[in-house]
Design a protein around this ligand. Structure first.
Ligand code: TXA
Ligand code: MG
Length: 340
């Protein structure tokens, strides 16, 4: 059975964390909130703990895991040849939603964490619960998003419970996460820093600190540019097929009519102002801003699975700022398909 412990992120109470620390030390896995999405953590030096993460999620083991740390003092234990740019990014953006790919120090972390690569992704999350847990534990924690592999990432403790109930011993529930999409992954072992996965820290923010940064488009990534191994899998998808559509009222109304005329039920995912269309189901992206959309995206995608909708329509946004991360996830959930 899975224990869910509610932790108040504004109250420092070490007691709530003791059980989680004990479980992690005995090579068990624990789900915990970060500022992006919930993670499923295990000690990154333990093959056993890391194999339990892959098993609970049903995740392919060629997809490496991010290693979470609670203090900057730990960095040198796990990586070598840290570049000036990497150090500048850590200083500027940690704790925060940035995962930095560095050269891994051999024979320290479980090889299951790096999936055989000579690099590791490091990140210090900016969430009081995650930081408290990591600091009280004093060990590196490997943690992918705490969803069943292929499902939208969890932004609330209840989502973790839906996906992993009975498969993991404990969920630290710190309420809804703050950003809603996963961290930016940047490879700083390449000559030109390259974004492997867009996220909360944007290309513009990175360039202000370290100069030129590459951000291959989805298409370029498919053509073989460097990529995060995980980005090749189908992700973030509800059971019904998702189609992208412009945020245009008459286009949306026409689409709904055409789908319903064929006897099918449709779920619409869009900002609040579209709540009153004739769609069979409506799940809101919140107010019409990119921050709100990032925050509500996975919740809305996930909600479709509790309906009998046969088609999902999701409105798009521009790709500037955090829109790049949003559209990256939305295009994947739709397999690149637009409603026509
Ligand atoms: O916000 C986040 O990053 C969340 C929270 C829990 O921290 N974690 C997360 O982990 O999204 P996960 O495992 O779902 O995604 C990690 C991504 C994958 O696309 C993986 O392929 C990539 O990072 N990655 C990890 N280590 C890598 C490495 N050494 N080289 C290239 N890509 C790597
Ligand atoms: Mg994930």
């Amino acid at each position: 059975e899975t224990t869910r412990i509610i932790v108040d992120k504004n109250v420092e109470n070490g007691k709530n964390y003791e059980q989680a620390v004990d479980l992690l030390k005995s090579e068990e896995v624990v789900a915990f909130p970060t500022e992006t999405v919930y993670g499923l953590g295990g000690i990154a030096t333990s093959d056993l703990a890391v194999s339990k993460i892959y098993e609970a999620k049903g995740r392919p083991s060629d997809n490496p895991l991010i290693v979470h740390i609670g203090t900057t003092e730990e960095i040198d234990r796990y990586v070598v040849d840290l570049s000036d740019k990497a150090q500048a990014c850590m200083k500027e953006f940690w704790p925060g939603p940035l995962t930095i790919i560095c050269k891994v120090k051999p024979n320290v972390l479980s090889t299951k964490v790096t999936a055989g690569l000579d690099t590791v992704g490091l990140r210090m999350p900016d969430h009081p619960v995650a930081l408290q847990l990591l600091r009280q534990l004093g060990e590196p924690v490997a943690a992918p998003s705490a969803n069943q592999s292929g499902k939208p990432s969890p932004t609330e403790g209840i989502h973790v419970e839906e996906d992993l109930r009975g498969r993991i011993p404990m969920i630290l529930d710190g309420g809804a996460t703050g950003i809603g999409v996963e961290s930016t992954v940047i490879d700083l072992t390449l000559d030109t820093p390259t974004i492997l996965r867009p996220g909360g820290i944007t290309k513009e923010m990175l360039e202000a600190v370290i100069g030129e940064v590459e951000e291959p488009t989805h298409i370029e990534q498919k053509a073989g540019a460097p990529k995060a191994p995980g980005m090749k899998y189908t992700h973030y998808a509800p059971n019904a097929p998702v189609y992208l559509i412009e945020k245009d009222e008459s286009a949306i109304n026409q689409a709904i009519q055409a789908i319903q005329a064929k006897g099918q039920k449709v779920a619409l995912l869009a900002p609040n102002q579209f709540a009153t269309t004739a769609a069979d189901y409506f799940f809101s992206f919140g107010e019409d801003t990119q921050q709100e959309m990032a925050l509500h995206l996975y919740n809305a995608l996930r909600a479709c699975d509790s309906t009998d909708a046969q088609i999902v329509l999701a409105t798009v946004t521009s790709t500037d700022g955090v829109g790049s991360a949003i559209m990256n996830r939305l295009e994947k959930s739709a397999g690149g398909h637009w409603y026509k």
